[in-house]
Design a protein around this ligand. Structure first.
Ligand SMILES: [Zn+2]
Ligand SMILES: [Zn+2]
Length: 389
């Protein structure tokens, strides 16, 4: 089959590779019909994530048609259309039973690397380095899906791929970020970062009853999307005193909740980077948790700071004093995608939201290398890329 392979820093290419095979009784093989490039794929592209190997197949946002199932997969059959969560979960461990699917204890066969750094490992992920399982991703013609009896959700015939594809990651990720804010009617929610996850967080905050949502970014093309497609008020933080502006916009009280959809992602902080940075004085001078610091400082007393943005290491100069004094609640972590598949599919079917609004570019899989280049250099125009094999 053809697949988009990582070859090294800023070097990806569509190559001929062996077709995936059923390895375990709970596996399924999916023929990919639509897949997407995620912002977090750029950190692999830029070479920041350790434990990548030349030839690794990328991609964790994908959907397609079941072509083969292992003997224990009784819920799916050949021909079913499915969307697959980017996190892998066994469905039966202590954490899966609590619906903490992205913290599954059984889906990362290389857990020791994460355990060495964090004490414990989260779940395995598709197409995201060997420390997160070394699983082949879905920017390909076919993919092997482990725990296929638990993860994939069937798609009703009348819904096109582009409306349901983002159930694999960014829609549940934005939704969980908003849900973590415990929004009450009349609330104002501020969202740092108007990339795809930020845009879904804005839409989700409205779905959950927020009265006002304020989108914050420095990229005008993204602020425009937040305003025109998601109904947010927007602030370009490079043009104003952000804290003062938010204070004025909320009658001196501050937003009821603040979502950091930036994280350290934009700077590609990997675990190796994290070790390096601890060892160097430059780490102490870094201002990379800027969005999080601002979110903490801006949030109203008794409010919630929700963090879907990814952090990798030890953060410097976080205003914990302010967080304590204001009695803030923090919620964060990798999305428990499995938990949101059914309710969010129902939202799409009801017409509450059409997630395809976020797509700006479409490419054939053969041109995936060009698509990565475009996505990594044209942030203003290029918000979300889908690939068709
Ligand atoms: Zn993603
Ligand atoms: Zn599990």
């Amino acid at each position: 089959m053809r697949a988009l392979c990582w070859r090294g820093r800023k070097d990806v290419a569509v190559e001929r590779v062996p077709d995936p095979q059923i390895l375990n009784p709970r596996d399924a093989i999916i023929r990919i019909t639509t897949t997407a490039i995620c912002g977090s794929d750029l950190h692999l592209y830029d070479g920041y994530i350790p434990t990548m190997q030349a030839g690794d197949i990328l991609g964790h946002e994908f959907m397609g048609e079941v072509v083969e199932t292992g003997r224990d997969v009784t819920n799916l059959k050949k021909g079913d259309r499915v969307v697959v969560p980017f996190t892998m979960a066994c469905g039966g461990c202590f954490f899966c039973k609590k619906q903490f699917y992205s913290l599954c204890d059984n889906s990362n066969p290389k857990a020791e690397i994460a355990e060495a750094v964090y004490g414990y490992s989260g779940s395995g992920l598709f197409g995201y380095s060997h420390m997160l399982g070394g699983f082949a991703g879905g920017q390909a013609e076919f993919v092997r899906v482990p725990f296929a009896d638990v993860g994939p959700i069937k798609v009703p015939d009348h819904l096109p791929d582009e409306q349901v594809l983002f159930l694999s990651d960014i829609f549940p990720t934005g939704y969980m970020a908003a849900e973590n804010c415990s929004i009450e009617p009349g609330d104002t929610v501020a969202v740092w970062g108007c990339g795809p996850v930020g845009l879904f967080a804005i839409k989700s905050a409205f779905l959950l009853g927020a009265q006002r949502v304020i989108g914050i970014d420095s990229v005008e093309g993204r602020l425009k999307k937040a305003r025109e497609l998601c109904g947010a008020e927007t602030v370009n933080f490079e043009h104003v005193d952000l804290l003062r502006t938010l204070d004025e916009m909320t009658a001196g009280r501050g937003p009821d909740s603040c979502i950091d959809a930036v994280g350290l992602e934009a700077h590609g902080n990997g675990i190796a980077g994290f070790y390096d940075r601890i060892k160097t004085a430059t780490y102490m001078a870094t201002d990379r948790p800027t969005a999080l610091r601002m979110a903490i400082m801006a949030c109203r007393k008794g409010g919630t700071v929700s963090i879907p943005g990814v952090y990798g290491g030890l953060l410097d100069k976080l205003p914990m004093g302010a967080a304590f004094a204001k009695g803030l609640t923090f919620k964060m972590g990798q999305t428990h995608v499995h938990k949101y598949l059914k309710p969010l599919m129902a939202r799409i079917e009801k017409g509450d939201i059409d997630p395809s609004f976020v797509i700006t570019h479409r490419y054939n899989l053969s041109h995936a290398a060009e698509a990565y280049k475009e996505f990594s250099t044209q942030q203003d125009e290029c918000v979300k890329v889908v690939l068709k094999p």
